[in-house]
Design a protein around this ligand. Structure first.
Ligand SMILES: [Mg+2]
Length: 268
């Protein structure tokens, strides 16, 4: 069965819910959630089947994952209100158990790709169909474990593995270029035996174009994104990595989006 296309209006709704959830919980990490939200929504609404696996390596984008699952009817509205609370099933980084599709607790950066590579190899050894998708940040490519995992995945020619890089060019303490540059990351990683593709991470059609299965090698998709996408006050700003939004910023983001017809930045 072909999944219905993800409507741009649903992206806007998810963005609003994400902003409200973070505001209600009083927590940050909003920028890196907003840069990854569109890709996560596209994967979960159009691409992932029961045979596929998704690993959120950049675990600090847990809010975007929870809102995406909420938009699929897999998490209730009441449960979203428990985000970050004591005893919640929705902590600041994804838990290893208890969430639909969740297998690993992630967020200690550099661990997601080694785990995803293991899932992809296990599936092949067991003769199982399905793809493995791993969403990484760009900063975590400075982690040796991520690069080691890429060597492993390329060596094993894990064509059932698709690695997405949320390339928002910022990390916790500066731009990726300032901290430890791998620019241009697409060209650098193409030196490995993988198939590198690039797309606008806020353009659904462009992402659909590059998220097709690989042919004999792992696929690495560099998604060019904007930290804080959809909230002009924080777009491209370093402080959006950690700092929570003010109530005024949330209100402005929602009003600005509504005045533009709910289609800020994304195309179908
Ligand atoms: Mg980043």
């Amino acid at each position: 069965m072909v999944a219905p296309a993800l409507a741009p209006g649903l992206l806007t709704l998810a963005r609003w819910r994400l902003l409200a959830m973070h505001r209600e919980a009083g927590v940050g990490h909003v920028g890196g959630n907003l840069s990854a939200l569109d890709a996560m929504m596209l994967l979960h609404h159009e691409m992932l089947t029961g045979r596929d696996r998704f690993v959120l390596s950049k675990g600090h984008a847990a809010g975007a994952l929870y809102v995406t699952l909420w938009s699929r009817g897999l998490i209730t509205e009441a449960e979203l209100a428990t985000f970050h609370a004591d005893g919640t099933r929705l902590p600041g980084h994804p838990p290893a158990r208890g969430l639909p599709g969740s297998r690993f607790g992630t967020g200690s950066l550099g661990h997601g790709l080694p785990l995803a590579g293991g899932l992809a190899l296990a599936a092949r050894l067991q003769g199982r169909d399905g793809r493995v998708f791993c969403l990484t940040s760009d900063g975590e490519w400075q982690e040796g474990s991520t690069l080691e995992a890429l060597v492993f995945c390329a060596h094993r020619r894990l064509a059932n593995l698709t690695i997405l890089i949320d390339h928002n060019r910022l990390q916790g303490f500066g731009t990726t270029a300032e901290v430890a540059s791998l620019d241009p990351i697409g060209r650098v990683l193409s030196g490995f035996d993988v198939e590198v593709r690039e797309a606008d991470g806020h353009d659904l059609a462009d992402m659909r174009r590059v998220l097709t299965p690989g042919t004999g090698r792992p696929v690495v998709v560099v998604l060019h994104t904007v930290k804080g996408h959809g909230v002009p006050a924080i777009e491209g700003r370093l402080d959006s990595h950690y700092l929570p939004l003010t109530e005024e910023q949330v209100r402005e983001a929602m009003l600005g989006s509504a005045m533009l017809g709910g289609a800020t930045g994304e195309t179908a």
